[in-house]
Design a protein around this ligand. Structure first.
Ligand code: NDP
Ligand code: 2IT
Length: 449
């Protein structure tokens, strides 16, 4: 285990002691603190005001019971979470994740990352995250609706367009946002569009929000390629996952001339050397909610499904991990390097383990951390909030242009900040430092609160 500088090490030890058993939260805070060495040297005012200790402690953590009745009439029980981490820049903003693995440590790591990601977008949004250990797989629409209604019956009292604005994440898409918005509206008797983002286009949603995280990740990777004198044209791409982020990352990479040869889900991966048929993939995953093995069956040869195993075994020039945390480890990174991969951009949150990041960096692979590369989703959520506040709706082209501008801006800001703090070309340092300083300066201005 690397030791941090003498100012930061005791802070990290305090985080370990105060948040026992929360491995993902420890991982995310450690990664940030590792970048802050040059910042604390240059800015003693942050240490004097205990900004770093305060930023690592959520402003508020809410845990609640979510009882609901399944189709067989049995009572089911889940646990709900909302961690309102930091509101120095704006209302708490971040998604809700429904997945059986969800516990406080995952919600806190995601909420922590969200603070700095949201700062990087330049939009007025603080950081938060929530979710439940509810598993939507195999549940009927009616069960999902009852769960969402029960979840919102507790959550509604903590959120609001000026307070906390949830959105989707793993297991939460348009269907779930619809049921939750409906219940919020019913309980409060207010049509408060700006309370949730990721809404349907006909009832307050924004065009491009569905595509935004995946498209934004590819816009970011495209900037990296540009800075290295190349582009997506003719490149081979592998994405992991086959959900919202993966599908639209694949779509934009293909639109820019790449061939996307593989994607995955938690049961295995598909290799399709001719390039994924994205219409079929969307039909199977988004409409029918089936597994990618079904995609391979219906697509036919040469596409094939490999049960288990690692999608990172498929050779590629550019890898876009878009599934979940810690899905790409040191061994997978070594395989990518051996196969000639030159760019890894995180569409998911923290998909690369610290070992993987080390292996990639040592091999000269450009590595874009999630808090920069996948910020397009939340940035477009903020654009949705703007449209809701002005009771307006923008065209697809206009909204996509705004998204691209934001991603180009984040890329630029990461590079400039990395250079300024003595880590040229290091996107991890650039993203962490730029995001941190923006939030830290606001916290200094707002006093000890
Ligand atoms: P979805 O639920 O739409 O898709 C998730 C995909 O990842 C599925 O293919 C799923 O496979 C796979 N996956 C999830 N958990 C695991 C696991 N434990 N092991 C293996 N595979 C897994 O979610 P999103 O596409 O929205 O989210 C993907 C990632 O992107 C997450 O890290 C999320 O935090 C991040 N993100 C999402 C944003 C958004 O706007 N939606 C914005 C920024 C980041 P299976 O179906 O088999 O579970
Ligand atoms: O991780 C993320 O940035 C998201 N899941 C999107 C959050 C949002 O509020 O749109």
């Amino acid at each position: 285990m690397t030791t941090l500088n003498p100012t930061l090490q005791p802070i990290f030890e305090e985080i370990l002691a105060r948040n026992p058993g929360e491995a993902e939260f420890h991982q995310a805070t450690k990664e940030l603190l590792e970048s802050l060495d040059p910042v604390v040297r240059r800015h003693p005012e942050y240490t004097d005001a205990e900004i770093i200790r305060r930023i690592c402690e959520p402003e508020r953590q809410i845990i609640f019971r979510v009882p609901w009745v399944d189709d067989a009439g049995r009572v089911q029980l889940n646990r709900g979470f909302r961690v309102e981490f930091n509101s120095a820049l704006g209302p708490y903003k971040g998604g809700l994740r429904f997945h059986p693995s969800v516990y406080l440590g995952i919600v806190k790591f995601l909420g922590f990352e969200q603070i700095f990601k949201n700062a990087l977008t330049g939009m007025p949004i603080g950081g938060g995250k929530g979710g439940s250990d509810f598993d939507p797989k195999g549940r009927s629409d009616a069960e999902v609706m009852r769960f969402c209604q029960s979840f919102m019956t507790e959550l509604y009292r903590h959120i609001g367009e000026y307070t906390d604005v949830p959105a989707g994440d793993i297991g939460v898409g348009g269907r779930e946002i619809g049921y939750m918005f409906g219940q919020y509206k019913r309980i409060t008797n207010r049509y408060e569009s700006g309370v949730l983002t990721g809404k349907g286009i006909g009832w307050g949603g924004s065009l491009v929000r569905t595509e935004a995280t995946g498209y934004g990740t590819v816009f970011f990777a495209s900037e990296i390629l540009k800075s290295r004198g190349t582009s997506f044209e003719g490149k081979t791409v592998v994405v992991s996952g086959s959900g919202n982020v993966a599908i639209y990352a694949a779509e934009k990479a293909a639109a820019l001339g790449a061939t996307v040869v593989a994607c995955s889900d938690s049961s295995g991966y598909v290799v399709d050397q001719d390039g994924l048929d994205l219409d079929l993939l969307k039909e199977v995953k988004e409409v029918r909610r089936e597994r990618i093995s079904v995609y391979a069956e219906e697509r036919g040869a040469p596409a094939r499904f490999i049960a288990g195993g690692s999608v990172w075994d498929v050779p590629c020039d550019i890898a876009l991990p878009c599934a979940t945390q810690n899905e790409l480890d040191g061994d997978a990174a070594a395989t990518l390097v051996r196969n000639g991969c030159t760019v890894v951009a995180e569409g998911a949150n923290m998909p690369c383990t610290p070992d993987a990041v080390r292996v990639l960096s040592q091999a000269g692979v450009a590595f874009a951390p999630g808090k920069a590369a996948n910020a397009g989703g939340v940035a477009t959520s903020a654009l949705e909030m703007q449209q809701n506040a002005s009771r307006d709706s923008w065209s697809f082209v206009h909204t996509e242009e705004r998204l691209e501008e934001i991603m180009v801006g984040i890329h630029q800001r990461c590079l400039e900040t990395a250079e300024e703090y003595g880590a040229p070309g290091n996107y991890v340092a650039g993203a962490n430092i730029a995001g941190f300083i923006q939030v830290a300066d606001a916290m200094l201005a707002l006093g000890v609160i």
